[in-house]
Design a protein around this ligand. Structure first.
Ligand code: BJW
Ligand code: ZN
Length: 246
């Protein structure tokens, strides 16, 4: 653990901050993380049954129904103090780039602009066959239950099934988002890593890139694991970030 004042000073002095967020930043908005031991989605659901293209091919209705349940949870959720503190930090930093692995829109709804979404969005489906996005927005889901199967809507261009606009295991990340995130990390003097277990690649390379150019890496997470030279505060993002960015 590092003293809070040291971290506040580093944030004040930084010219180019990159923030990398994960599911933990939305946990206090009521969106479950993936790997937390009691509440994580992967405790209750098998990622290979739900978060892969093979799973969608096998049972599109099961996968679509699960993502509609998650989309509804996001639509009902509100940004929390962590999202708001990060939006405020951007206003007080010469250059700040926010990179998220999250598929929700809570950073945007808290006022952050130009958020880089490495793993896509729950709210922007595309066609599984031709990859085109539908012209019309998806309707608000009517209270889907977890586990309820739901036939995906059809593509208006080719008649293929719509799929969630997220990045599944084994799929490439959106190229432009990934290259912007890597370039930002190469130019950063401070990388703030909030609420991610840091186990999923290539997002997990960002701290390595930042360290390689001499940037300070600072973690906010109730489960801190620090590499040599990194700093961190153990705690919930919604409590710690507003104190750091007051
Ligand atoms: C709090 C908190 C509070 C709690 N405040 N904090 C090397 C070896 C083996 C495999 C690979 C490898 N390199 C790449 C791969 C393959 C794979 C991968 O990385 N696997 C690893 C698991 C090993 N990567 C991929 O497949 C990626 N694609 C790719 O690499 O393409 C090229 C390629 C193709 C084929 C083969 C090899 C390479 C794609 C990854 C896509 C990830 N998709 C998901 C699902 C998105 C869709 C959906 O939402 O359903 O993205 S998986 C899931 O994990 C989701 C998340 O974005 C991602 C990261 O999770 P995150 O955000 O860190 O959440 P958690 O739950 O893990 O952690 C929460 C943290 O919050 C914890 O630390 C808590 O303590 C903390 N916390 N409360 C602050 N209040
Ligand atoms: Zn199509």
């Amino acid at each position: 653990m590092t003293a809070q004042n040291q971290i506040i000073e580093a944030l004040n002095a930084a010219r180019h901050i990159v923030v990398l967020t994960g599911a933990g930043v939305s946990a206090e908005s009521g969106i479950p993380t993936f790997r937390d031991p009691l509440t994580g989605l992967w405790q209750r659901f098998d990622p290979m049954e739900l978060a892969s293209a093979q799973a969608f091919r096998r049972n599109p209705a099961l996968v679509w129904g699960w993502y509609e349940w998650r989309r509804m949870k996001v639509m009902q959720a509100q940004p929390n103090p962590a999202h708001r503190a990060l939006a405020r930090l951007a206003k007080h930093t010469p250059q700040m780039i926010l990179v998220t692995q999250n598929v929700d829109d809570l950073h945007e709804r808290a006022g952050s602009r130009d958020v880089i979404h490495l793993h896509g969005s729950l709210l922007q489906p595309r066609c599984f066959a031709c990859a085109r996005e539908p012209q019309s927005r998806l309707p608000v889901p009517n209270e889907p239950e977890q586990g309820r199967e739901l036939e995906p809507p059809r593509c208006e261009h080719c008649g293929g099934r719509l799929r969630p606009g997220v990045v599944w295991f084994g799929e490439s990340l959106p190229e432009a988002a990934l290259s912007r995130a890597f370039s930002a990390a190469q130019e950063a003097d401070l990388l703030l890593v909030v609420g991610t277990s840091g186990v999923v690649y290539p997002a997990a390379e960002l701290p390595t890139i930042a360290r390689s150019v001499g940037a300070r890496v600072i973690h906010i997470n109730p489960q801190l694991s620090l590499e040599d030279g990194d700093w961190g505060i153990a705690g919930a993002a919604g409590e710690i970030l507003p104190q750091l960015i007051a």
